[in-house]
Design a protein around this ligand. Structure first.
Ligand code: 6PG
Length: 208
């Protein structure tokens, strides 16, 4: 996790050196938690000028930020509360409101934050599910086919709940993409997705 955190800091500082600002989309789920903790601790936390970093989220569940299932809540507790970052640089998906409205609002907030700059994240962090999903783009769902919206409501077929997710148009446009996966359980899907060059709709992570 520390190496991943160091790589994240390297990419952020390269963006800040080159363009004076950095846009990052953060993965949710459990895997990134320990990596994010390193971002909020010495020595890494003081290596970044957080006032130049804009933090976004790759997806969110239909819950308020203080819910144990909230991706924002996990990230906030892991490092956002520990760093000196302006609140307006942290762009939360509002999981507590109607998911379609939250997606629309988030796309507007994203476009506003980028302003006249190209709509291109400097870094997108992604996890991978054992079914090959990434962000909240699940196999066999309409999120896989999305070609225009940058943010959209989707369905998580396993939990049968709606979520908000960044889509391939914005994910695949990123300068750098970092997948975070750990544990034996993930080895088979990591092998399936990264072991070949094939890109298949059955494995959304392979379409990144
Ligand atoms: C989420 C994530 C999702 C996650 C994978 C892996 O909201 O859950 O965006 O894509 O990265 O499901 O989750 P774990 O890290 O918990 O295994």
């Amino acid at each position: 996790e520390q190496r991943a955190a160091e790589e994240i800091v390297r990419v952020m500082n390269a963006a800040i050196n080159d363009r004076g600002i950095c846009f990052v989309a953060l993965a949710g789920g459990e895997t990134p938690r320990h990596c994010y903790r390193h971002l909020g601790m010495d020595p890494l936390k003081d290596r970044v000028d957080w006032s130049r970093v804009h933090l976004f989220f790759s997806d969110e569940r239909p819950v308020p930020p203080n819910d144990s299932q909230s991706n924002f809540g996990m990230v906030e507790r892991s490092f956002i509360l520990l760093i000196d970052i302006p609140r307006h640089n942290v762009h939360r998906i509002k999981g507590e409101i109607d998911i379609a409205v939250a997606a629309e609002e988030y796309e507007r907030e994203l476009r506003t934050a980028f302003g006249k700059r190209p709509l291109q994240f400097d870094l997108v962090l992604l996890g991978i599910g054992e079914d090959g999903h990434t962000a909240s783009i699940f196999p066999g769902t309409d999120g896989v086919e999305e070609k225009t919206a940058l943010v959209r409501p989707v369905v998580d077929p396993d939990q049968n709940i709606r979520r908000v997710t960044l889509t391939f148009p914005i994910i695949n446009g990123a300068r750098e993409i970092l997948f975070l996966a750990s544990g034996k359980r993930k080895a088979p899907i990591v092998q399936r997705v990264f072991g070949t060059t094939e890109s298949t709709k059955d494995l959304p992570a392979s379409m990144v």
